[in-house]
Design a binder for this molecule. Structure first.
Ligand SMILES: Cc1ncc(COP(=O)(O)O)c(C=O)c1O
Length: 353
């Protein structure tokens, strides 16, 4: 990684400072991350899952509340709803891209619905115009799970700026990593103090501990200076990495279109994906996996549809769009490590019919 020359001295300085908990580097990372991605207010957290839990809490989700969500995601999206005491209600997805279908979201709203939690799956933005319209019409808070979608846009707006809350993950294999970590984006400045207390046991930081009072339970969800130092170094090169994901994704979009039995995912015309993974839809997805395995390129479905897990059994319902998407889904790697030669070999192999 090109960052390594910068990383070790930066880490050494943080470690030697004796201040490895939450401090200056965390504040610096929050500001730099928000500025780099046009976000209103970013609170650094120990993980994307912690940020999801915080966003659901701030959205008012509590025991017995329903949260409209997607089963086509990594498990933490929906596990966080359980952490908040809520119940995921799985709306259907658009079979062309695996993202929540706004019409199905609307049809899933009940008097117990407390929030909508969407995922820009694999880095492909949701049809936000229609989704925001539904959220506004029903007065529901909208949370964007942007764990896969750093650098993606919808009609020119960065993901994470359109909902009431958003989260990003900096877990090991994301576009930007801090080892583990995440960010909560909170549009309403007035909620920030509450979000900070939720992140730190319910305590007010910066106030003499013997003079603070916990009024509501909080968690230990803060980021520390070591993770923030890694994040600050990663921020210096994240644009280059994102550009390579996007260039590879667009290249596959062009080169794989028109091959019989295959098709690139298709998004709303305003969506500009950041291609964390490349989403390919194939009549015979297992054949794609075995062909690419011969090239030592790992293709897979990656995620298990969440409604297959026993813990979400009570949320199961017919999802024909998801059935169709999941039957055909196969993700190809398209990140910064995929060079021109590898992507040519992938396309050649898939063109062979
Ligand atoms: C869609 C999605 N949401 C949330 C998360 C949770 O992020 P973290 O692993 O940082 O807790 C992940 C992580 O892998 C994810 O893929």
């Amino acid at each position: 990684m090109a960052d390594s020359a910068l990383l070790m001295p930066a880490l050494q300085a943080t470690l030697a400072s004796g201040q490895i908990g939450e401090g200056e580097q965390v504040r610096e990372f929050e500001l730099a991350f928000a500025a780099a991605f046009g976000l209103p207010h970013a609170l650094a957290m120990s993980s994307g899952t912690a940020a999801l839990h915080a966003s659901l809490h701030l959205a008012g989700v509590g025991p017995g509340d329903e949260v409209i969500s997607t089963a086509m995601t990594a498990e933490p999206t929906n596990i966080a709803i359980l952490h908040a005491g809520g119940r995921p209600v799985f709306a259907d997805v658009d079979p062309a891209n695996g993202n929540l279908d706004p019409a199905s979201v609307e049809a899933s709203i009940t008097p117990r619905t407390r929030a909508i939690l969407l995922v820009h799956y694999a880095g492909y933005p949701v049809a936000m115009e229609a989704m925001l319209e539904v959220a506004r019409r029903y007065g529901l808070p909208l949370i964007e799970d942007c764990a896969h979608a750093l650098g993606a846009h919808y009609r020119g707006a960065p993901v994470g700026t359109m909902g009431d809350f958003a989260i990003f993950s900096f877990q090991a294999i994301k576009h930007l990593t801090t080892g583990d970590g995440g960010v909560l984006v909170c549009r309403d400045e007035a909620r920030l103090a509450e979000a900070r207390r939720f992140r730190w046991f319910g305590l007010e930081r910066g106030v003499d501990r013997t003079h603070t009072n916990i009024g509501a339970v909080g968690y230990k969800y803060n980021m520390n200076n070591i993770n923030a130092t890694i994040g600050l170094v990663q921020l210096q090169s994240v644009r280059e990495r994102l550009q390579r994901h996007i260039a590879n994704g667009r290249w596959f979009d062009r080169e794989l279109a028109g091959i019989g039995g295959l098709g690139p995912a298709a998004c709303d015309s305003g969506a500009e994906p950041s291609y964390w993974l490349y989403t390919l839809l194939a009549d015979d997805w297992a054949d794609v996996v075995s062909r690419l395995a011969e090239l030592k390129v790992q293709a897979s479905k990656l995620h298990r549809r969440n409604d297959a897990h026993e813990v979400f059994a009570s949320s199961r319902r017919p999802l024909p769009g998801l059935d169709r998407f999941y039957d055909r889904l196969v993700h190809l790697p398209c990140g910064w490590w995929v060079d021109d030669e590898t992507r040519e070999r992938v396309a050649d192999s898939l063109r062979k019919g």
